[in-house]
Design a protein around this ligand. Structure first.
Ligand SMILES: [Zn+2]
Length: 386
């Protein structure tokens, strides 16, 4: 038995304020058949056994966390086990992979990636993973595909057995990056889900490039992520990536290509116009300042602008991308009626208009578009123009 609380199922398990910004410390106890083992967000602190074949397992208190990250697995001891622990990072975090006994040998690659990705993110974010252990569970027929619960991360068994190495690398990195983006700092509300899913989709690329550099995942970003959302975002049915809705039915719709792939694309664009180092600095300060709390996109703009010493107004640039649906098509035309030193067209006219697969009367504001170029007189790429 495996739980899945995200986005709004914790309320069906226990009375709670089931919203991502409402964080609490949980103390979990599970009454179960003694022939079964249980795992949850803490470590087993104490076990009581009863004469009727029942066991009461008590877990250590959790960190301050959102309800959607609560997790529980109950499995027969004879059929479910864990691979040996690895100690990762300066804090010797215990990392291990668990699954059905029959497929444990096939989880060796996922095990290796999990350790490398955890170490990568410890260093990238300059914040150590805050708990003494992290466990990755390979679960048969896990409906959600994968889930980043604090301590106990769940993966569908099909995604982590050794046959699909590239997918293992990205999905394991994705879920581990959520330990910072989503678990440590949660979106204040589901309407800005991209603040965790867009980041996880972007960070999985960075981590994959680190652990498997020969695969050049960044080179695949355009095909896998940008093309991924463009069609959906050029239909009249598309939506802004950030929405304001409190309707539970809308929350489920948010787990889509716009949140995941457009989110990752916008984050990559910010990293490009800020510069990778400035972006990383802004991300670190954002995560440190808001640890065990929640954030809005306004917070992100503030920390990224601060990282750039306020030479770039991230909010002004990005609001147009997050508050309206769609994207622009950009045309670059050389004006042959002007001449430069070499008597050829010396002027470039760059224009934008909203792209739509169908004719629409919907109005869009102009987007701020970072534009880099070089010409034959310059040896390097010019500064961004907008
Ligand atoms: Zn995710």
């Amino acid at each position: 038995m495996t739980s899945q609380m995200e986005p709004i199922y914790a309320r069906s398990v226990l009375p709670c304020i089931d919203e991502p910004a409402r964080k609490a410390i949980f103390k979990i106890s599970v009454l179960h058949d003694s022939s079964y083992a249980v795992w949850s967000n803490g470590e087993i602190e104490r076990i009581e056994t009863f004469g009727d074949g029942q066991t009461l397992s008590h877990f250590t208190p959790t960190l301050k966390m959102s309800t959607f990250l609560l997790a529980l697995i109950v499995a027969p001891m004879s059929d479910f086990a864990c691979r040996p622990d690895h100690l990762v990072g300066s804090k010797n975090t215990k990392s291990r992979v668990c699954g059905r006994v029959d497929i444990l040998p096939q989880l060796a690659y996922a095990d290796e990636i999990a350790n490398k990705a955890l170490e990568f993110f410890n260093i990238y974010f300059d914040i150590d993973y805050p708990l003494p252990k992290i466990e990755h569970f390979s679960v048969p027929d896990f409906g959600a595909g994968a889930m980043e619960n604090y301590v106990g991360l769940f993966f569908d068994e099909k995604t982590v057995s050794a046959s699909r190495k590239q997918y293992i690398t990205t999905v394991v990195s994705h879920e581990i990056s959520h330990q910072w983006f989503g678990n440590l700092v949660s979106p204040a509300w589901w309407g800005e889900l991209w603040l965790k899913e867009g980041f996880a989709n972007y960070m999985e690329t960075l981590a994959s490039d680190f652990v498997e550099p020969l695969w050049m995942q960044e080179e695949q970003f355009v095909v896998e992520k940008i093309f991924g959302f463009m069609e959906a975002d050029s239909l009249p049915t598309s939506r802004p990536i950030s929405i304001e809705s409190t309707n539970p039915a809308d929350i489920f719709q948010l787990f889509d290509l716009i949140t995941y792939d457009k989110g990752a694309t916008l984050i990559r664009m910010m990293s490009m116009f800020l510069g990778a180092e400035t972006f990383q600095h802004g991300v670190r300060t954002y995560l440190k300042a808001l640890s065990f709390s929640s954030a809005t996109q306004q917070d992100l703009w503030t920390y990224l602008s601060d990282a750039a010493n306020n030479t770039i107004d991230v909010e002004r640039i990005m609001d147009g991308w997050t508050r309206q649906a769609g994207y622009p098509i950009v045309e670059v035309n050389r004006d042959y009626n002007t001449v430069d030193r070499e008597r050829v067209g010396g002027r470039m006219v760059i224009s934008q208009r909203p792209f739509s697969l169908f004719s629409t009367t919907m109005k869009r504001d102009k987007w701020w578009i970072p534009f880099k170029y070089f010409d034959r007189t310059s040896t390097q790429v010019n500064e961004d123009c907008w």
